[in-house]
Design a protein around this ligand. Sequence first.
Ligand code: HPA
Length: 277
Amino acid sequence: MSDAPRNLLDDPTADPFDVALRAANQIAERTGVERHEIALTLGSGWGKAAELIGETTATIPAHEIEGFSRPALEGHVGTLRSVLLPNGKRALVIGARTHYYEGHGVRRVVHSVRTAAAAGAEVMILTNGAGGIRESWSPGTPVLISDHINLTGDSPLEGATFVDLTDLYSARLRAIAHSIETDLDEGVYCQFRGPHYETPAEVQMAKTIGGHIVGMSTALEAIAARQAGMEILGLSLITNLAAGIQSTPLSHLEVLEAGRDAEPVISALLARIVGAL
Ligand code: HPA
């Protein structure tokens, strides 16, 4: 058994929105910033954007904030940063994603998004590294998420909470992204549970039901962000062609390498998009 301190979110009687509010208050105290208007979750390959979007005025190890987990994976940086944007707005940069496949439950998966909302964020930018189904996408291609298919069979909403998911990935924000990069492709993101990669048959299923991108994050977070009333922008970095679309086996190392290689270019793109918001 681990002797790590208990996470408040593991207590079923705790209200996850109260925990998010506590976390937001701690962030305000630690950063000296009362309100962060924009939040970004930086997935594989997107980390450098934190440096490019503005001036970091505070960095907090995420696990020191209520409800956040220690990073489960090397290559995922577990920090929360307060960044002052050139336009004077404040961004909360979340480099600490809890994945659904870690098995800690959906409350922990969406805690960062709920915390961002409690910290005042009206725009939530969700980024990830993912597999591409379109053969024309080479590793390193950034793709705007136009919609998603949630294949986890789970939801961050508890009880009879009926939330509309039409235009979940904001058309307004996608138009801004297109104005920055006119040839940015769009695609439907399929969230699988993971942590195994998909079989070629599963990738064909995703393609048949309308998917273009396969990954292990983002959809559950987007649902929680919509529940919280935020506008959502989703971006995938294609780190590899999905299983069976590429003929060679997938390796986590290659995925990380593709992310590292693409990082300067896609981070600069993200910084330009954030500058235009
Ligand atoms: N599938 C799921 N998740 C991923 C992939 C993939 O092919 N590549 C990077 N993350």
